[in-house]
Design a protein around this ligand. Structure first.
Ligand code: PEP
Ligand code: MG
Length: 578
């Protein structure tokens, strides 16, 4: 038995057999061949290309139904595979250098990858990731290294991988992958956010789990506590099975709260909304009792495809979301590409400090064509429900003004075209940079609402990369600096009579519900399944108690004091599901 501690990113306890996703090629053999071996090497190359093509088509066929848009990336992969220049160069090198085909192919592929990395046009430069992906597949086939692929899963399994890429996630058969665990990643990484969206228990940041397990090993994944137990003994297994059953009972109990209002014992209301990563999720959120969608991430439109999403395509999706959610709001966040998000997708070049780089509103203000298309689509969908817009990564009021100018242009265009839109549509600002937090009083005069993005606010304020497991211990929402920033943001908003929601992961943490209530936040937005537990806590306390709790919390100097006090308070009041 071996217990490893990582970062629990998607709750739930699951037991099962391991499927180890081994897709790393450790070394490429290099040796000289005789002239007589040349036809054989060329033949091996051709066969590897055909096999790779078939593999890609198979995956594409499987992912098409559910993730149609994501499947388009495989068209690009097929084109790369057929690239005549690449094939010619490999054969030429085989002839001239007399080296084995793996070595010749790896050399040529690397040359293409380097050449693409140096291209100025962002879109073309980003294609190098696709070349990398395809060439790894070809190499695996040349080397006879089995290319494991989640869509090949025949039985239910717990997937263990170094990391999971967007294309691997898209290819995942959800009824087969019962949980996953990875070597790298943090709580707010893209993989983690996807796991919660798909409701698959997951633990990330386990450092070296891939080297500690074998296919078929039995494992327990505790996505709530962030631990995994490899080959558990009988007693441990029984204990976890009991916990698993208890968890189901708790979930069943929580589901009875669905239609009850989210208010304290003395009548203070706070709205609970859901965060959406994929349009399909909209169908599930009402079953958790969400009062609308507090964060509709729109990056998925732009992922894994060669072309840009058009206005019509986006309009239809926003219109559906508005219709399905009304009378509750849908807060659409404009494109937040960059950072850790989909670094392999186009338009955002690789940067030394991607989180401090060309992302979100900075990208949109530079690519106003893309931005305006999105704004027009949102505006056109606005008469069909209760839509709101918010801008990500605003660092100062000038950016808000610039974004609003483009919004005004979009409105003027639609007026000329006699297309309907809601002229009172609210426009909010995400407060996720320290500079926005410090100038919240200024921003509040020009915004209709704030949404606090703690995932980024914490990483920028404490200077701690949100996806780096080595420094995850520093990533602390309870840090007194973060609490002070939140207090300041809420005060600034309320002074200007605008409302504030929080849509970062902190909003989903039961241990902060009381504090955020006491700080007078108006709405919390989170993964839908987290809603019932937060509602339960809020319904068990009074607003007065929450205010006193918040006040006391502010008297502490360290994160530990804050968390210790909170734990004791929750325990004494019986607010924890233990
Ligand atoms: C945040 O930063 O808290 C947030 C909600 O945005 P994202 O996680 O998409 O960066
Ligand atoms: Mg953010």
């Amino acid at each position: 038995m071996n217990k490893l501690e990582g970062i629990g990113v998607s709750p739930g306890i699951v037991t099962g057999e391991i499927f180890l996703l081994r897709n790393v090629i450790s070394s490429i053999p290099s040796y000289l061949i005789e002239k007589s071996q040349l036809p054989g090497e060329i033949e091996r190359f051709k066969r590897a290309l055909i096999k790779t093509g078939n593999e890609i088509k198979e995956i594409q066929g499987k992912v098409k139904g559910e993730f149609r848009k994501e499947a388009r990336i495989f068209d690009v992969h097929l084109l790369i595979l057929k690239d005549k220049r690449m094939i010619r160069e490999v054969i030429q090198r085989l002839r001239e250098k007399r080296e084995n085909v793996e070595s010749a192919f790896a050399f040529v592929a690397q040359r293409f990858i380097t050449a693409f990395s140096q291209i100025d046009a962002d879109y073309l430069r980003e294609r190098r990731f696709d070349i990398e992906d395809v060439s790894k597949r070809v190499l695996r086939n040349l080397l006879g290294v089995q290319c494991e692929n989640l869509s090949q899963l025949k039985e239910k399994a717990v997937v263990i991988a170094h990391n999971l890429s967007p294309s691997e996630t898209a290819g995942m058969s959800r009824d087969k992958v019962v949980a996953f665990a990875t070597d790298i990643g943090g709580r707010t990484s893209h993989t983690a956010i996807m796991a919660r969206a798909l409701e698959i228990p997951a633990v990330v940041g386990l450092k070296d789990i891939t080297s500690r397990v074998q296919n078929g090993d039995f494992i327990i994944i505790d996505g709530s506590m962030g631990s995994v137990i490899i080959s558990p003994d009988e007693e441990t297994l029984e204990r976890y099975k009991k916990q698993q059953e208890d968890l189901l009972v708790v979930r069943r109990e929580l589901s009875t709260l669905k239609d009850l209002p989210c208010q304290t014992k003395d009548g203070r209301r706070i709205k609970l909304r859901s965060n959406i990563e994929l349009p399909e999720e909209i169908m599930h959120t009402p079953s958790y009792g969400a009062e609308g969608i507090g964060l509709y991430r729109t990056e998925f439109f732009y992922l894994n495809r060669q072309d840009l999403p058009g206005e019509e395509e986006q309009y239809i999706s926003y219109k559906t979301a508005a219709e399905k959610t009304k009378p509750y709001p849908v807060i659409i966040r404009t494109l937040d590409i960059g950072g850790d998000k989909f670094a392999s997708s186009f338009q955002v070049p690789t940067e030394l400090n991607p989180f401090l780089g060309w992302r979100a509103i900075r990208f949109c203000l530079a690519r106003t064509d893309i931005f305006k298309t999105q704004l027009r689509a949102i505006l056109r969908a606005s008469p069909f429900g209760n839509l709101k817009i918010m801008y990500p990564m605003i660092s100062g009021v000038e950016e808000l003004r610039k974004a609003n100018l483009i919004l005004e242009e979009a409105k003027a265009e639609l007026e000329t075209e006699k297309k309907d839109f809601d002229s009172n549509l609210e426009v909010g600002v995400m407060i996720e940079t320290p500079s926005a937090a410090m100038t919240a009083d200024i921003l509040a005069r020009e915004a209709d609402f704030f949404s606090i993005g703690t995932n980024d606010l914490i990483q920028y304020s404490i200077a701690v990369d949100r996806i780096n497991e080595k420094i995850a211990y520093l990533y602390e929402p309870a840090h007194p600096a973060i609490l002070r920033l939140i207090e300041k943001i809420v005060e600034a908003a309320h002074k200007e009579k605008i409302w504030v929601e929080m849509c970062g992961e902190m909003a989903a943490e039961p241990s902060f519900a009381l504090l955020l209530l006491g700080l007078e936040i108006d709405a919390l937005s989170m993964s839908p399944f987290a809603i019932p537990e937060i509602k339960k806590i809020i319904r068990q306390v009074t607003f007065r108690e929450a205010k006193e709790f918040a006040k006391k919390t502010f008297s502490f100097e360290t994160t530990k004091e804050v968390t210790d006090y909170s734990r004791t308070f929750y325990r004494e009041k019986g607010l924890l599901n233990e």
